[in-house]
Structure formats: structure tokens, C-alpha cells
Design a protein. Structure first.
Length: 442
């Protein structure tokens, strides 16, 4: 068997595989001999069917199968030996007059080659790494929510100032039907809250969505609609009241502090606020980290310039899925997936150049940490090492879970690398302003 390569250009190549009769003949003969031993054909004893009959009935199919096996094995070996970094899979070139009755065959495969490029993590940029702080407005609001949550709940017959109302938002045309509880202090216009005063269970209030809340993301929650649908939404929705709720705020005393954080962990309002601030800002770190990771990803895609074998990839996309795609569908799919492919190549380059590897012990330790956090959420603060490792072993036996966890570990490694090498400015913001930046509203 002879394999040669012709580089069309820096991103495309054609590999020619020449298969002679000597490469496949013995394999075909062996398979046909096995067929003959087990063949059951009327008029012949088992194992005594003439080879000519076996050849006539099965010869062509066996030939095709064995030649295809040879092609796959040898082509894959060639790609590994030549250290060719290809995109997609080799595509066979169709030959209209291909002759399977010949003894020697020639096959051609198109290759899409990965481009050569450099990634500069230290390049000048306009990126910002945000530090989200819990400001006094947030802390005071959270204290009020805690007092309300742990206060005494009393159902009312009609709405009075300061009450909450539970009910269902509906808009048949938009398919909105969502039950929620409204804190009427959150309405942007105080007149809206006044429209509820005096209403009873079963009554309805018609509201306009535009400007209903100061933050449209609250509208997302109460209507249960997507982010893309909520901005600029200007429709009427009907709210049907099914419960009126009054609450007597809980006292800020030691009993409440102990209930929230355990005995003697917090002793005063100032300590309560400090604890809320600490917990909130720890949670905010994950969100700011994710934004930074997303922003660096976009920056690298935008600034790392290289060409792709686009025409090859479109042809490959046509045949890569379960169902063949038309050229037009492949064009659309390529457009959708191009940036993802570019980042895969960039990420691979960054991982290789910076020696980012995941060891089995790292993966086990990461999984153990996640399990301990989950157990703590359910009140198991001090699980035994034996219990934790038993769960780790079960998780690690699932290949899908291992893949998912490996991606999380690598994301952390990439994030730490970006924080170390990407020269971004830092900025403190409160959570409200961060959300506006997150959704491009700042």
C-alpha cells in the first residue's frame, strides 16, 4: 500500500491511497472461507458449498468491506505518523467511473489542515475585571428581606399598603401564565401599587409591562420569559389575586441570628450585615469570574487572526451529522459554529503552550470538594472521608461526569492563567451596576 500527500495550500491537502491486490487478497479469501464453512444453501451440505458460488454471492461485498477497513486503518496511521493536525475528518473524493472490478485501486481524500497562528495573552486590550461589592443599599434590603422571611405571615381579605400579593400573570397572546408573589414596593411607579389597594382575592388588575419595574430582569422573573423577549416589552398583562399577605417583621435578636448562622456566630446588626456582605461577595466572585472568562474568550477570538479551510469544512458539515445537509444548510451551520471552532483552536494552543494538564488526583480532589459543598448544603457539615471518597468513586466511574468535571477543572486553569497574564483593568461595582454591564445596558 502506498500513501502520498499533495498540499494544495497551507490549509488544504489531498492524500492518495493506492491499494494493490496483494494488500487485501488474503483477507478476502479468509473471510470467504469462513462464509463457506457456515453457509447453508439448499442442495449442498454445510461446509461443502462450492467456493465459486460463495464468491459470486458474497465476494463483492466482502471485497468492499475489507478494502474499506484497510483504508481506515492505514489512513489513520498515516495521519498520526505524519503528525498532521486536521479539522473534521478526511473526505473521500467521489470518482464517477471508479471500477471495483479492477485488482488495484486508487482513493483520494481531501484534508482540512489546522492553521498556524500565535496567541498573545499580553496584548493591549480594553478588558475589565470586575469586583462586585455588596453596598449598603443591598445590605439593608437583604436585612429587610430576612425580617420579612422570618416574620409572622398573616393572610388578609383585601390588599392594604405594605402587603404582598400572590397570583397569576396572564397574557394569552404571548402565552404568559405564571404564578408569582409580588412585593409592591418594587414597582417603579407608586401609582401601580395603589391600584392594588382595596382589591380582594379573585380580583384582577391590568398592568402595562413597560416600566413596571426599574429593572427589566425582575419582569423576566415574574412573567417567566426569556431575556431577549423582555427588553422593550410593551403589552398588557392581567394579574389575578389569589392571596393577600401581610407580614410582621421578625425582631433582630439573638434568636434570629442563631437561627440564621448557628449559635453565637452573629451578635449584632453590624455583624449580621458583615456576614451577609461576606457571603454575597463570595457568591459574586463566580459571576465576575465567568464574565471575565467570557470577555477574554471574545477578545481572543476577535484579535487572534487566522484563516480556516472554510470550503472544506462546509463540505464536511454536509456529511458529518446523522442526516445529510444541503449546501445552504451547511453554510448556515458553518456561520453559527465558526467562532466556536476558532476558540477551540485558540484554547488548544493556549493549553499546549502553557502546559495546562489535568491529573487524575486533581480531578479527584476537585470532585471531592464539590461533593463536600453539596453535603454541607443538606446539613452534613463533617462527612467522613470514607463517605466522600465512596461518592467520588461512583462519580468517577461515569465517563460523562468525568468529561463534564474535566471541563470545569480546565476552565478554572484557563481562568487563573488569564488572570495572571491578561492585563485587564480592575473596577469595583455594586451588583445592580454589574448586571447592567453583564447585559450590555451600562
Amino acid at each position: 500500500m502506498n500513501i502520498t500527500r499533495n498540499n494544495v495550500d497551507a490549509l488544504n491537502a489531498v492524500v492518495t491511497v493506492e491499494v494493490s491486490k496483494n494488500d487485501y487478497a488474503s483477507k478476502v479469501e479468509k473471510v470467504l472461507a469462513d462464509y463457506r464453512k457456515n453457509a447453508s444453501i439448499p442442495g449442498f451440505r454445510k461446509g461443502a458449498v462450492p467456493m465459486s458460488l460463495i464468491q459470486k454471492q458474497y465476494g463483492k461485498a466482502v471485497l468492499l468491506e475489507e478494502v474499506n477497513k484497510l483504508l481506515q486503518e492505514n489512513l489513520n496511521s498515516y495521519l498520526v505518523e505524519e503528525k498532521l493536525d486536521i479539522l473534521g475528518n478526511p473526505l473521500p473524493k467521489i470518482t464517477e467511473d471508479f471500477n471495483w472490478d479492477a485488482e488495484d485501486y486508487k482513493f483520494e481524500f481531501e484534508l482540512g489542515l489546522a492553521p498556524e497562528f500565535n496567541v498573545d495573552l499580553t496584548a493591549k486590550n480594553n478588558l475589565t475585571q470586575y469586583k462586585i461589592i455588596a453596598d449598603d443599599t443591598m445590605l439593608n434590603a437583604q436585612v429587610a428581606r430576612i425580617q420579612k422571611q422570618y416574620g409572622k405571615i398573616v393572610s388578609q381579605t383585601e390588599v392594604a399598603e405594605g402587603n404582598d400579593v400572590s397570583g397569576v400573570f396572564t397574557n394569552e397572546e404571548r402565552g404568559i401564565n405564571n404564578r408569582t408573589t409580588l412585593d409592591m414596593e418594587l414597582f417603579a411607579d407608586k401609582k401601580t401599587a395603589k391600584a392594588f389597594i382595596g382589591k380582594k382575592v379573585g380580583d384582577t388588575v391590568v398592568l402595562k409591562t413597560k416600566g413596571l419595574f426599574n429593572d427589566d430582569h425582575k419582569l423576566m422573573d415574574v412573567l417567566a420569559i426569556g431575556h431577549d423577549d423582555v427588553h422593550g416589552l410593551d403589552i398588557e398583562v392581567t394579574f389575578t389575586i389569589d392571596e393577600v399577605i401581610a407580614s410582621e417583621p421578625a425582631e433582630l435578636n439573638q434568636e434570629l441570628f442563631d437561627k440564621l448562622f448557628g449559635p453565637d456566630a452573629v451578635h449584632s446588626l453590624d455583624e449580621l450585615k458583615a456576614k451577609i456582605k461576606e457571603d454575597a461577595e463570595n457568591q459574586f466572585v463566580q459571576q465576575s469570574n465567568q464574565k471575565f472568562l467570557n470577555d477574554v474568550t471574545e477578545f481572543l477570538i476577535e484579535t487572534t487572526k487566522f484563516d480556516l479551510p472554510a470550503e472544506f469544512l462546509k463540505k464536511w458539515i454536509q456529511t458529518a451529522g446523522e442526516n445529510p445537509l444541503s449546501p445552504e444548510q451547511a453554510e448556515e451551520e458553518y456561520t453559527r459554529s465558526e467562532n466556536g471552532l476558532r476558540y477551540q483552536l485558540i484554547e488548544g494552543k493556549v493549553i499546549t503552550e502553557n502546559g495546562l494538564q489535568i491529573t487524575f488526583e486533581e480531578l479527584k480532589d476537585y470532585t471531592s470538594g464539590l461533593i463536600k459543598k453539596q453535603m454541607a448544603q443538606f446539613g452534613q457539615m463533617n462527612p467522613t472521608d470514607e463517605d466522600v471518597q465512596g461518592i467520588v468513586a461512583r462519580v468517577m466511574s461515569n465517563q460523562d461526569e468525568v468529561k463534564r468535571l474535566s471541563e470545569q477543572v480546565m476552565n478554572e486553569k484557563m481562568l487563573n492563567l488569564f488572570k495572571d497574564k491578561v492585563k485587564a483593568k480592575t473596577k469595583e461595582v455594586n451588583y445592580e451596576d454589574f448586571i447592567k454591564v453583564m447585559y450590555g445596558e451600562a
